[in-house]
Design a protein around this ligand. Structure first.
Ligand SMILES: NC(=O)c1ccc[n+]([C@@H]2O[C@H](COP(=O)([O-])OP(=O)(O)OC[C@H]3O[C@@H](n4cnc5c(N)ncnc54)[C@H](OP(=O)(O)O)[C@@H]3O)[C@@H](O)[C@H]2O)c1
Length: 511
């Protein structure tokens, strides 16, 4: 499974296959998928019997598609570019023009894949990647199914990577699942969340389960609360039209933050097998206490950025002034939730989740605040207060682990200061250039779905946020914009913790 494979050099190449990319001229393919294949090839993780088939509506042939990919690869791979690796990969890249909405074209696709099997020895194993707008996902899988291209045999496999967003709400996600299941088994569906391809997310599991001293502390007896932050300093840029349909709750909380929550709060699985891991994540989401409409008013906060200055001083426009955005838009660019769990390990421990655009830093982290130590032995000393210990798992930037603890201040009097211990993965293990998609693509080729989302995980995630979406839709915001770009979000987000006698961890602004 992925954990042992995180050291690329020790893992074997994936089995023979053709990766079929729908949407080969899109942003995702150029910026992430082809560079990820380059990194995998560079690490010796692609088999010799491998091909890529870009399937698009533009009039192109193999040569012009290869030229186009060659234009982008240097830009997105940077200093890691190696001409010999690229030459090995590029000769396996092909293109085919089809009309996605035309059933007969999938018959041609079947024939073309048969030819590639003969040419590259790919043995009839196909990984279909849907780098296309979500409205086209099931049209494509429906036609693939009708053409027999999702039919597996004992000797070959057929898998489909389904991009995000996976539905717009609980109902549409459930409908999408039903539609996918009409043509495939659950085991063939790989619902991607690229956050899970990041090394540190997997490192959470290793940190928790490979260190004997952590697990006994990982519960309501010792942990006061947990803060999960996914902060972006960027605005919506050119994706205003997309964001108007999404918002922070759908775009980030339903996706990334709830999965991070699953990994932080899960029970130790029996093994690192995909089904064991997913079961434990699903149990966490099951245990999250549903928010009633009244709870939403006190446990959920939304915000939208107005104009402001970034920490570096640059003045930036308001969300409502972005291209593609309604000047009266009610869409939230910030969301924070307080969630609790009804289970033995976490009863009474709040999990505070926050995410937003145009915040004061670009940063993803999980901060675990431990309960305060009793101060009784310091009662006749100069010590006035003792800060609680905090453990921070940083996912970006500078992936690492940071721990704060109390230490005696040198001198004759008794003073306790808070000191920090920092571990940075890059300092210790070096940095491997990666897009975040390498592990996920490699795992899919190997049939390992551990880091992909199961039907239940997606639907449980939607169930949690649906009650918030319902209330927010029924009660349009009256105070938007309610935070200035370059700050940490609306004041109401601070109150979410202040009301419980807590505060958000201070994260350094990035200028
Ligand atoms: N970009 C990212 O970083 C990112 C991150 C997470 C998830 N995603 C998801 O990945 C998918 C692709 O995103 P993207 O950013 O690459 O989008 P994009 O840049 O708009 O590219 C979309 C691709 O789909 C093709 N396409 C669109 N409508 C089509 C149609 N009717 N028939 C045939 N082909 C059609 C486009 O073809 P033409 O080039 O011919 O128009 C293009 O190749 C989306 O589901 C998105 O939500 C993207």
């Amino acid at each position: 499974m992925s954990l042992t494979q995180s050291n690329y050099t020790q893992a074997p190449p994936a089995p023979p296959n053709v990766m079929v990319i729908f949407g080969p001229n899109g942003d995702l393919t150029k910026r992430k998928l082809i560079p990820a294949l380059f990194h995998l090839s560079n690490a010796g993780l692609l088999p010799d019997s491998f091909a890529v088939l870009g399937v698009g509506r533009r009039d192109m042939d193999d040569a012009s598609f290869r030229d186009l990919m060659a234009e982008h690869i240097r830009e997105h791979v940077g200093a890691a570019f190696d001409q010999s690796v690229w030459e090995r990969l590029v000769e396996r890249i092909h293109y085919m023009k089809i009309d996605i909405s035309e059933g007969a074209d999938y018959e041609r696709l079947r024939v073309r894949l048969g030819e590639l099997d003969t040419q590259h020895g790919t043995e009839g194993n196909y990984l279909f990647y849907t780098a296309i707008p979500p409205s086209l996902f099931t049209r494509v899988t429906g036609y693939l199914g009708a053409a027999g291209l999702l039919q597996e045999t004992e000797n070959d496999w057929r898998r489909v990577v389904v991009e995000k967003p996976f539905g717009q709400d609980l109902e549409s996600a459930a409908a999408l699942n039903r539609e996918l299941h009409r043509t495939m088994d659950e085991g063939q569906i790989y619902r991607i969340d690229h956050y899970l391809g990041k090394e540190t997310v997997q490192n959470i599991l290793v940190f928790r389960f490979a260190n004997g001293f952590i697990e006994p502390l990982w519960n309501r007896h010792h942990i006061d609360h947990v803060q999960l932050t996914v902060a972006e300093s960027v605005g919506v840029e050119h994706r205003g039209a997309y964001y108007e349909e999404a918002g922070a709750l759908r775009d980030m909380i339903q996706n990334h933050l709830l999965v991070l929550l699953g990994f932080i709060a899960m029970e130790p699985p029996n093994s690192f097998e995909s089904s064991a891991m997913r079961d434990e994540v699903n149990k966490v989401l099951d245990a999250v206490e549903p928010l009633s409409p009244e709870d939403v008013l006190t446990h959920a906060v939304r915000g939208q950025y107005g104009e402001g200055n970034l920490p570096g001083g640059e003045k930036v426009r308001a969300y409502r002034a972005s291209p593609g955005v309604d000047p009266q838009s009610p869409i939230e660019t910030f969301a924070a939730l307080k969630l609790t769990m009804d289970n033995w390990r976490w009863a009474g421990v709040p999990f505070y989740l926050r995410t937003g655009k145009r915040l004061a830093a670009q940063c993803t982290e999980i901060a675990i605040q431990f309960k305060k130590a009793p101060t009784v032995i310091f009662k006749n000393t100069d010590v006035e207060r003792i800060d609680p210990n905090m453990l921070v798992l940083r996912i970006q930037p500078a992936e690492g682990i940071h721990m704060s603890f109390g230490a005696k201040v040198p001198g004759q009097s008794m003073g306790v200061g808070t000191v920090n211990m920092d571990f940075c993965y890059e300092d210790h293990f070096g940095n491997k250039p990666a897009t975040g998609y390498e592990t996920l693509i490699y795992d899919c080729m190997n049939g390992d779905a551990t880091l992909y989302k199961h039907t239940d995980t997606v639907e449980k995630g939607w169930e949690i946020v649906q009650s918030v979406m319902d209330v927010w839709t029924a009660l349009p915001p009256r105070d938007f914009p309610n935070y200035a770009a370059g700050t940490w979000g609306p004041a109401t987000a601070d109150n979410l913790l202040k009301n419980d006698g807590r505060r958000w961890r201070k994260i350094k602004s990035s200028g």
